[in-house]
Ligand binder design. Structure first.
Ligand code: HSE
Length: 399
């Protein structure tokens, strides 16, 4: 019998407990040995909940129990989670976490400790909720040079953008709904300002490049400045607004960005709606791949966490190597990133064309602004040209 402890009984932790107990028979068959939850750690009490029988409040009980060989971390946050995870690894226990903040900041270090202690540190659920993406990147596309890893990496913002476009629903009400559904972070600012997507693209890029990509180095814009007018223009050009995390790798240079993009009908991410996420991977041999599924929510995320637990249970006493060197990988300057732009301006056509040359005009509902599409421009070219007109708003376009 393999004993498991779960740190945190919130949205994901309670899902992990449910998956491990309700699917115990199938998990036992796949591991070849039964798994049982010995402890669940939380500061709170849960009177009447089945977890009561294994609930503890003292982390040291878990750390010092040699019977526990696998620990699940679903507390979130950085400081305490880092301390607990590090101590579990040092105590010779494998760890599976859904904590993207922890993985983005400390992934390389925790993988090194796991290797030294001959255990495993796994984080399938840290990107894309239930989507299998970390293990495919580490185990399946290994012969390829990866040229791009991009995607819709946040369930909350995709849910909000889809509902705003389809129902014209109110932004604040949607955040509340996303929280009730267990999609949003405790502080939803991390979702809507793009920080969560940024950490996830930093994790994916670190794995693809085998070196530390600091999320603080990635230019990040969230969805808080998106207006109903922007969604209207996206519809007019046959596209949909999506918050994308993008990393493109050319000649060893990595171009990364997180921002709202209008994606066209033929774009692989166009049809990814609601809480669904998708990760697009381009390999120089395999070509285009897409991974799709629920990007947030208790059970999809828990399923990904438990997939790690199963992998760890099958590999007790054996470290599975992961290349993620701590040495920082410098990213290409944001000004070099290129795409098309949808521009809304108060300036007249003469001024627009003097700055941008020939552009594609869109229909507008008001005489107070003109909207147009540029050709492909680098960010720095765009900034230089946009400085010559009275800009209301601009959105990147990938059609
Ligand atoms: N708040 C995150 C999201 C949870 O909405 O995608 C999953 O990481």
């Amino acid at each position: 019998m393999i004993k498991v402890a779960i740190l945190g009984y919130g949205t994901v932790g309670s899902g992990v407990y449910k998956v491990l107990t309700e699917n115990a028979d199938i998990i036992e068959k796949r591991v070849g040995e039964a798994l049982s939850v010995k402890y669940v750690l939380d500061l709170r009490d849960f009177p009447g909940d089945p977890v009561e029988s294994v609930l503890v409040h003292d982390f040291e009980l878990i750390e010092k129990d040699p019977e526990v060989s696998i620990v699940v971390e679903t507390m979130g946050g950085l400081k305490v989670a880092y301390d607990f995870v590090k101590r579990c690894l040092l105590a010779g226990k494998s760890v599976s976490t859904s904590n993207k903040e922890l993985v983005a900041a400390k992934g390389a270090e925790l993988l090194t400790i796991a290797k030294e202690k001959n255990v495993n540190f796994m984080f399938e659920a840290s990107v894309g909720g239930g989507i299998p993406i970390i293990r495919p990147l580490l185990n399946c596309v290994t012969p390829d040079r990866i040229e791009e890893v991009s995607g819709i990496l946040n369930g909350t913002t995709n849910y909000i953008l889809t509902a705003m476009a389809e129902e014209g629903a109110d932004y604040d009400a949607l955040i509340k709904r996303a929280q009730e559904l267990g999609y949003a972070e405790r502080n939803p600012e991390a979702d809507v300002e793009g920080y969560d997507s940024c950490r996830k693209i930093a994790i994916l890029t670190s794995l693809v490049c085998g070196r530390q990509v600091d999320y603080e180095d990635i230019y990040t814009e969230g969805i808080t400045k998106i207006t109903p007018e922007d969604l209207g223009y996206a519809k007019q050009i046959g596209g949909a607004l999506r918050l994308l995390g993008i990393s493109k790798i050319h000649d060893g240079r990595v171009h990364s960005i997180v921002a709202p993009f209008i994606v066209g009908k033929n774009h692989p991410l166009y049809a990814v709606n609601d809480v669904m996420n998708a990760v697009f991977v381009k390999g120089n041999m395999v070509g285009d791949l897409m991974f799709y599924g629920s990007g947030a929510g208790s059970l999809p995320t828990a399923s990904a966490v438990v997939s790690d637990v199963i992998e760890e249970a099958k590999n007790i006493g054996k470290n599975i190597p992961v290349t993620w060197e701590a040495e920082k990988l410098p990213l290409a300057d944001k000004g070099e990133f290129s795409c098309r732009f949808l521009v809304r301006t108060k300036s007249a056509k003469e001024k627009i064309e003097a700055a941008f040359g020939t552009v594609e005009y869109l229909d507008t509902d008001t005489a107070a602004e003109i909207a147009f599409l540029t050709g492909e421009l680098t960010e720095s070219d765009f900034e230089e040209k946009a400085g010559k007109i009275e800009l209301i708003h601009r959105i990147r376009v990938s059609i």
